[in-house]
Design a protein around this ligand. Structure first.
Ligand code: ADP
Ligand code: MG
Length: 225
C-alpha cells in the first residue's frame, strides 16, 4: 500500500516558491496498475520523483508499505530505491558501450552466482521476446527493443513499486501499444504495483485504473495556492 497525506512540493523560480503539488490524501493498493494522465508541467514527473525518493516533499507524509519515505535520510532513500523501485524512462538510459544483456546483469543481485544471474536474465530476455538480440549493443537494436531491455532492467529485481515516466513517449504507436501491454501483463503476473505516466488516452485506457492529476492535486483543482 502507498499512502500520501498532505504532501506539498514547490520549486523556487526567480527567488519565488511556486507550488506544484498538494496531494491531500491518496492511496494505492499493492498490485494496482494505474495510468496517470495530465497536462505537461502539471507535476506528474515530480510525483514519481517523490515516490522514488529522488526528491523529498516540503511537508507531508509518503508511506510505501511500512516505510516512511519522507523521514528517510538521503542514503536510506538510495537504498530504498535500489531495493524497492523499478524505474522506466522515456529515453531508456541504457549504457551504450554494454550489450543489452550486460546492461541487465549489471544491476543484478551481487548475492547471485554468475550462473544463476545468467539463467534468470535469459528467462527475462525470452519473456520479452529479445533472446536473439541480447548480445547486441543498444545502438544495434530498434527503439522498441531498447525499451524492452530497459523494462527487464527495471523489473528483474521484483521491485514492489514500478514507476514508468512516459515509457512509450518516443515509440511509434504500434510499438508503444505492444510495449505497454507487455508491461501491464508482467506487472500483473508478478503482482507488482505499476504507476505509468502517459499522454496517450488510448494506452491509458488499457489500464485497470486511470488517475487524472487534476483530481489528485489540489493546486490543479484551484483549491489551494
Ligand atoms: P510533468 O511531468 O507533469 O510535465 P513536472 O513534474 O516535470 O511536470 O514539472 C511540474 C512543474 O514543476 C513544471 O512547471 C516544472 O517547470 C517545475 N519543475 C520541475 N522540476 C523542477 C526543478 N527541479 N526545479 C524547478 N522547477 C521544476
Ligand atoms: Mg514529466
Amino acid at each position: 500500500m502507498i499512502t500520501l497525506k498532505e504532501v506539498r512540493k514547490s520549486f523556487k523560480q526567480n527567488g519565488e516558491h511556486i507550488p506544484i503539488l498538494h496531494i491531500e490524501q491518496w492511496q494505492v493498493k499493492r498490485g494496482e496498475r494505474i495510468a496517470f494522465l495530465g497536462p505537461s508541467g502539471s507535476g506528474k514527473s515530480t510525483l514519481l520523483h517523490l515516490l522514488s525518493g529522488v526528491m523529498q516533499p516540503d511537508s507531508g507524509e509518503i508511506w510505501i508499505e511500512d516505510q516512511p519515505i519522507h523521514r528517510l535520510s538521503e542514503s536510506q532513500r538510495d537504498q530504498y530505491r535500489a531495493k524497492s523501485v523499478g524505474y522506466i524512462f522515456q529515453e531508456f538510459h541504457l549504457i551504450s558501450s554494454l550489450t543489452l544483456k550486460q546492461n541487465v546483469e549489471l544491476i543484478m543481485q551481487p548475492s547471485m552466482s554468475n550462473k544463476e544471474a545468467a539463467e534468470v536474465s535469459a528467462q527475462w530476455f525470452e519473456r520479452v521476446g529479445l533472446t536473439t538480440q541480447q548480445h547486441r549493443l543498444p545502438s544495434q537494436v530498434s527503439r522498441g527493443q531498447q525499451q524492452r531491455a530497459a523494462m527487464i532492467r527495471a523489473l528483474i529485481g521484483k521491485p514492489s513499486l514500478v514507476l514508468a515516466d512516459e515509457p512509450t513517449g518516443s515509440l511509434d504507436y504500434e510499438t508503444a501499444a505492444s510495449m505497454m501491454s507487455l508491461l501491464l501483463q508482467i506487472c500483473e503476473e508478478e503482482g507488482l504495483t505499476l504507476l505509468t505516466v502517459t499522454h496517450d488516452v488510448h494506452l491509458a485506457a488499457s489500464y485497470p485504473r486511470q488517475v487524472h492529476i487534476e483530481d489528485l492535486n489540489a493546486i490543479r483543482r484551484g483549491v489551494t495556492a
